[in-house]
Design a protein around this ligand. Structure first.
Ligand SMILES: Nc1nc2c(ncn2[C@@H]2O[C@H](COP(=O)(O)OP(=O)(O)OP(=O)(O)O)[C@@H](O)[C@H]2O)c(=O)[nH]1
Ligand SMILES: [Mg+2]
Length: 203
């Protein structure tokens, strides 16, 4: 039984609008037929992202839960994650066979990380529109997340980002840890992310 220790819990964090919900949607489309999964999506005052995922019909409605954090996104996933821990327990109870649980944080800053009490591994996202120098600025999320996703590579020419240079800077910041350059609109990089979850998360 794959979920002998409960579902693999993956945190997806990153800047506002970088593509966290798009990634959640893509992962669900890619593997939800083979793997029992659910999503917990954080927003500050609404359940907008959860509603988006429900409308997109990527998973049955009862496998998607919106959490209204009401404050700084990182508080609810790092400093005081009780609201999310409750949501995790609720999903585990509803779906005892659950193998994968994705927890999307609200959009946040470069220091956003997840409490190890809440997730087993974390994915951090930034997008090329945030600027050429983002990987050089480093930060706990860029350096230490289990997987770094650099999204919206399709937009690099429009925001004067040199992807070859960005790759060199990412390599240096990650110091051997994995990363993936993605274009969610064209589904580029998604397979590498799901492969990472399957091989490193034991799915
Ligand atoms: N061009 C381009 N647009 C993208 C890509 N990925 C996501 N988007 C668009 O970027 C916008 C924000 O994407 P979301 O997935 O909602 O981002 P998010 O990180 O969940 O946003 P918040 O939860 O509000 O912080 C949407 O309009 C997406 O369609 C990409 O690879 N390329
Ligand atoms: Mg979102």
């Amino acid at each position: 039984m794959k979920n002998i220790n409960g579902p693999l819990k993956i945190g997806i964090g990153g800047g506002i609008g970088t593509g966290k919900t798009s990634l959640t949607e893509a992962i669900a489309k890619n593997i939800s037929k083979k793997i029992s999964m659910a999503v917990i999506s954080n927003d500050i005052y609404t359940t907008e992202d959860a509603e988006y995922l429900m409308k997109a019909q990527v998973l049955p409605i009862d496998r998607i839960k919106g959490v209204e954090t009401g404050g700084c996104p990182h508080t609810a996933v790092r400093d005081e994650p009780s609201i999310n821990l409750l949501a995790v327990e609720e999903m585990k109870k509803k779906f005892p066979d659950l193998e994968l649980l994705l927890l999307e944080s609200g959009g946040d800053n470069l220091a956003a990380t997840f409490s190890p009490e809440l997730v087993d591994m974390s994915i951090y996202m930034f997008d090329v529109c945030m600027g050429q120098d983002i990987p050089r600025k480093k930060s706990p999320a860029i350096i230490k997340s289990d997987l770094l996703v650099i999204n919206k590579i399709d937009l690099a020419p429009y925001v004067d980002v040199d992807l070859d240079q960005m790759k060199k800077d990412v390599e240096e910041a990650r110091n051997g840890l994995p990363y993936v350059f993605c274009d969610m609109k064209k589904n580029i990089g998604i397979d590498k992310i799901t492969d990472f979850l399957i091989s490193n998360g034991g799915l």
